[in-house]
Ligand binder design. Structure first.
Ligand code: 8X3
Length: 260
């Protein structure tokens, strides 16, 4: 009789997605769950992430404000207790506030955007890096923006903050060279989500709608999640440093084709 060799059960890999309560974060959580990850959805809005986690095969919701360092450290400790490993971190939490010129932008808005888009990425990445490294094959994703690669009038504090997020990804990749951790930056251009533009214009739906006016097909959150899922599921030795994704109708930050 032939002995059946012991085949070790494949380890369930854990992916953490911040800002998972809506838009690109929620779509990314769904995508990584479909790719077989145990997904931890982290966001401030508990009801939303709980509802999404309940829909996914193996997911957990964890209420988190990425700008609160003590809370982020507690989150890292929680993951250490509850999960065999942390394999993927998708730093997605972020957003824009206002579209004022530099001359009149509100410093409080700039501070808030720096806190979430830059320090939020720093906090969660620092806290989870030991676990990502210990996994033997960790991946850090920074969802930045084309606003991190070029500026536009009224981009103000958002453009400045997203440049900061881009620089974190670039610097971290240099610093981790030789460690078993990839650093991937996904830079989306115009994406129509339920909240991005509405938040930026503080609930002014008319202003928010103008952003996408006449644009045949802005990207969807699923389009971006697809790029995250693709980049993360490349073989471990393949590092997609930077993936810029825009709708066909947007050739550059300023160059958007609109129908009348
Ligand atoms: C969103 C892209 O053009 O609104 O991250 O800055 S843009």
């Amino acid at each position: 009789m032939t002995a059946v060799p012991d085949v070790p059960a494949a380890r369930t890999r854990t992916a953490v997605v911040t800002g998972a309560s809506s838009g690109i974060g929620a779509a990314t959580a769904r995508r990584l769950a479909a790719d077989g990850y145990r997904v931890v959805l982290a966001a401030r809005r508990k009801d939303r992430i709980e509802a999404l986690a309940a829909e996914l095969p193996d997911a957990e919701a964890y209420q988190l404000d990425v700008t609160d360092r003590a809370a982020v450290d507690a989150f890292a400790a929680h993951l250490g207790e509850r999960h065999e490993s942390v394999d993927v971190l998708v730093n997605n939490a972020g957003g824009a506030l206002g579209a004022d010129p530099v001359a009149t932008g509100d410093p409080a808005d700039w501070r808030t955007m720096y806190e979430v888009n830059v320090l939020g990425v720093l906090n969660v990445t620092q806290a989870l890096l030991p676990a990502l490294t210990a996994s033997g094959d960790g991946t850090v994703v920074v969802v930045s923006s084309t606003a991190g690669h070029g500026t536009y009038e009224g981009g103000g504090g958002y453009v400045a903050a997203k440049h900061g997020a881009h620089v974190i990804a670039e610097t971290l990749r240099l610093e981790l060279c030789g460690e078993p951790v990839r650093v991937i930056e996904i830079a989306p251009g115009m994406v129509r989500t339920d909240e991005f533009a509405t938040t930026r214009f503080r609930g002014d739906a008319a202003k928010a709608a103008k952003v996408y006016e006449g644009v045949a097909e802005p990207l969807t959150a699923d389009d971006v999640a697809d790029t995250v899922g693709w980049a993360v599921t490349r073989p471990a030795h393949v590092n997609i440093d930077l993936l810029v994704v825009r709708p066909r109708a947007q050739a550059a930050n300023h160059k958007v084709h609109r129908t009348a």
